[in-house]
Design a protein around this ligand. Structure first.
Ligand code: DX5
Ligand code: ZN
Length: 217
């Protein structure tokens, strides 16, 4: 995975104009659209669910990268598998049989991602690495946009990249939280190839310039 994938997070968009905002991201060069689903339980915020994702799916063709910050991804999985998601990322800390959930996602023909919170040691995801399409070491405590990038998490990115190399695996490494041109360069150097950006993309006056700078920094 050598080319950087830039994934603007809809959380930072103007929700009164969702379809226009998605078009703005696409026209600005976004590769993926990152969709943060929050249940008010796994994280201290509530966002949107599968109906919103379905509506976005029906309005365009961009790759939909769905990040489930919910306590019971297993319970809601059938609904998220049916809404047009291309990738579904679940948290290792949630209350579910992680291996089983990942297998169910792949069985449905959707790419499977696994996320870990800043407080969770990298070792917790080790047994799952041969069975995922993407690893997401969070670079903020999830729940809200606009927080500062935690550079300490780059040790997890580096460990994941090393494990991937040693074991001949091929999963993407994504970072999410506090990504801008400066931190994008740090994360990419550590081995991340998918860069999620909320505030620094949708919050920019010139989103195209913002995306280009994260791609090239
Ligand atoms: C955090 C979410 C992020 C968030 C990132 O809970 O998972 O995707 O939208 O926002 P920024 O880029 O503003 O840190
Ligand atoms: Zn996210």
């Amino acid at each position: 995975h050598t080319d950087r994938i830039i994934a603007p997070s809809l959380l930072a968009a103007d929700w009164g104009r969702v379809t226009e905002e998605v078009c703005r991201a696409i026209n600005s060069g976004a590769d993926w659209l990152h969709l943060d689903v929050m249940d008010g339980h796994f994280v201290d915020n509530i966002s949107f669910g599968p109906q919103m994702i379905q509506a976005i799916h029906e309005s365009n063709d961009i790759f939909l990268d769905v990040h489930l910050m919910i306590s019971r991804p297993d319970h809601y999985l059938p609904r998220f598998l049916a809404c047009g998601a291309d990738m579904i990322t679940v948290h290792v800390e949630a209350e579910h049989n992680v291996s089983h959930t990942l297998a169910e996602i792949r069985k449905a023909g959707v790419l499977a991602g696994l996320a870990l919170n800043p407080a969770t040691p990298f070792e917790e995801v080790l047994p799952h690495l041969p069975h995922i399409d993407l690893l997401l070491p969070m670079t903020v405590v999830p729940g809200f946009g606009g927080q500062s990038f935690m550079q300490d998490m780059m040790s997890k990115v580096e460990a994941a990249a090393a494990f991937r190399q040693e074991n001949g695996l091929n999963f993407h490494i994504e970072v999410d939280g506090g990504i801008n041109a400066e931190t994008a360069a740090i994360a990419a150097k550590a081995g991340a190839n998918v860069l999620v950006a909320g505030s620094s993309s949708f919050g920019a006056q010139d989103m195209k310039a913002a995306i280009t700078s994260m791609r090239e920094a």
